[in-house]
Design a protein around this ligand. Structure first.
Ligand code: BG6
Length: 506
């Protein structure tokens, strides 16, 4: 990892506390961060360095993968962290920041590299970028990279405006737009499994695959983010970014080189091939939106969405979104990709199920038995692994056929402690590897697709389906598949009655 001063804007916020500080600590413990770095926490509220380091300690204690104690190792880590209270509209503050950065750069022999991490509301990205420049921050001799969080805009026009503001200061190659799903170990593994195994490629197309199902389900409600979420909804919060990115990773062609731009070019081709909607009626026929009402989760009553804090009591914002998506190219002609996400669903899980076409109807075995289709499942979260479901003879029987599973459970391996997405992404941004960050053309095309859906939904409320908290969302979500003769496969565990064969790492 390169030497750098990391400037964390929004250092007293939730993201910094839950994800960024623990990520720094894990990278430090794994010796990926080295010793030539400094982190400056920036936020408006006054805080001493001591208080800041105390917050840092608590966040690491609560959220990091490694245990922490206040020993010598802690002191040598913590001395790299300083805090400065900053009003981001005040250029004078940026000049002082520039001085502080220079002092820390000299102290830790950093050599001018700067990583600006904006864990802030996107409305502020433009003015922070501008003031970084006006305050002289960008004059230091090394590289200057901007890392920004989603949401990147609210729709295409607002994203374009935001992008134009940032681009006045930073080149596209220095902008690292985070989609933290791309930092997840198993999402990255999808491409390895697809492209490093000879037997997938010949099957990976419309001839052998009947449909692909992508589920990103959550048990949480909107927690304390009601204000943001009520303006955003599931389509913008999860659909525009994480869901379409996962779809692109599943659908993309093998890149000519494992180079960030080549990989991102392939994803862009997928986005360009998404079948756009021609009318509001088409949107309604292919998408589902739902909102949770009160229900029970793990035996406890939970309130409905409209009762949540900072949510409009008459809100029509969707907390569930499902869609049938087509990628109109040679590989995927006619294969539906079903995507769904929702809050207050029964389990927290991220899974991709590839359903293969069944064996022909009239061959001997399929005439005699009701054969289940083969499934390949990528388990991203909370279990990590890959499992493949196939049919086999039931041992000892006269010819009964049962589904069996070959199960590679990565997260079951003793001692395995998978890095968090943010560790990987911080590490990559500091190394200048943008593979797992989204490029502007991807973001723009994803907005274009999503905007069509949002505008067709518009103010109409008839098609907002209510679902009880703790259920799998509105019935319409299942109908979408039933119309094509499919069903959602169970997620987060094996089908009942399956016999598992374990795969161990060799
Ligand atoms: C965020 C969304 O991008 O992803 C949240 O804004 C959501 O609403 C979260 O809860 C889910 O991420 P993960 O990694 O917990 O699946």
């Amino acid at each position: 990892m390169s030497n750098a001063v990391y400037l964390i804007f929004g250092a007293t916020g939730d993201l910094a506390r839950r994800k960024l500080f623990p990520a720094f600590y894990a990278l430090y413990r794994e010796r990926k961060l080295g010793d030539r770095f400094a982190v400056i926490g920036l936020a408006r509220r006054p805080r001493t360095n001591e208080q800041f380091r105390e917050d840092l300690y608590e966040s690491i204690q609560e959220f990091a993968r490694y245990n922490v104690t206040k020993d010598e190792q802690w002191s040598s880590f913590a001395e790299h962290f300083e805090y400065m209270s900053l009003d981001i509209n005040n250029i004078e503050g940026f000049r002082q920041l520039s001085e502080l950065t220079g002092t820390l750069d000299a102290k830790f022999e950093i050599g001018g590299n700067r990583l600006y991490y904006l864990a802030l509301a996107p409305e502020l990205f433009g003015s922070v970028s501008h003031n970084l420049q006006a305050g002289g921050m960008l004059e230091a001799g090394g590289w200057h990279r901007l890392v920004i969080e989603k949401p990147f805009g609210y729709d295409l026009p607002s994203a374009e405006k935001l992008n134009a503001e940032i681009r006045q200061v930073f080149d596209e190659s220095d902008i690292y737009r985070i989609d933290h799903y791309l930092g997840k170990e198993m999402v990255q593994n999808i491409n390895v499994v697809r492209f490093a195994n000879a037997f997938f490629e010949p099957l990976w197309n419309h001839k052998y695959i009947s449909n692909i199902q992508i589920t990103l389900s959550e048990t949480v409600g909107v927690e304390d983010r009601g204000g943001y979420y009520d303006r955003s909804g599931a389509l913008r919060d999860m659909g525009q970014n994480h869901m379409l990115q996962m779809l692109a990773v599943m659908a993309m062609e093998p890149p000519s080189r494992m180079h960030p731009e080549d990989i991102r070019d392939e994803k862009v081709k997928v986005f360009r091939s998404l079948r756009g909607f021609q009318s509001a009626a088409e949107v309604r026929a292919n998408t589902v939106r739902g909102q949770y009402i009160s229900g029970t989760m793990k035996g406890k009553p939970v309130p409905g969405y409209r009762e949540e804090e900072s949510v409009n009591p008459e809100s029509t914002t969707e907390t569930y979104f499902a869609a049938r998506v087509f990628v109109d190219n040679f590989r995927w002609a006619g294969v539906p990709f079903y995507i769904r996400t929702g809050k207050r669903l029964p389990v927290k899980t991220t899974e991709v199920v590839v359903e293969f076409k069944n064996v022909p109807n009239n061959v001997y075995l399929s005439r005699k038995h009701k054969l289940e289709p083969n499934l390949l499942v990528f388990r991203v979260n909370p279990m990590e692994g890959i499992y493949f479901k196939m049919n086999a003879k039931q041992p000892g029987s006269e010819g009964a056929i049962i589904p069996v599973a070959m199960d590679f459970c990565q997260s079951c391996q003793v001692g395995l402690n998978t890095p968090e997405a943010y560790e990987r992404l911080l590490y990559d941004a500091a190394r200048g590897d943008s593979t797992y960050f989204t490029r502007w053309d991807e973001v723009a095309l994803a907005w274009k697709y999503v905007d069509k859906i949002a505008s067709a939904w518009g103010e109409r409320t008839e098609d907002l389906h209510l679902y009880g908290a703790g259920t799998w969302g509105p019935e319409r979500g299942s109908q979408l598949l039933a119309e094509d003769g499919f069903r959602w496969w169970p997620v987060n565990g094996q089908d009942e009655g399956e016999v598992a064969w374990e795969f161990t790492q060799v």
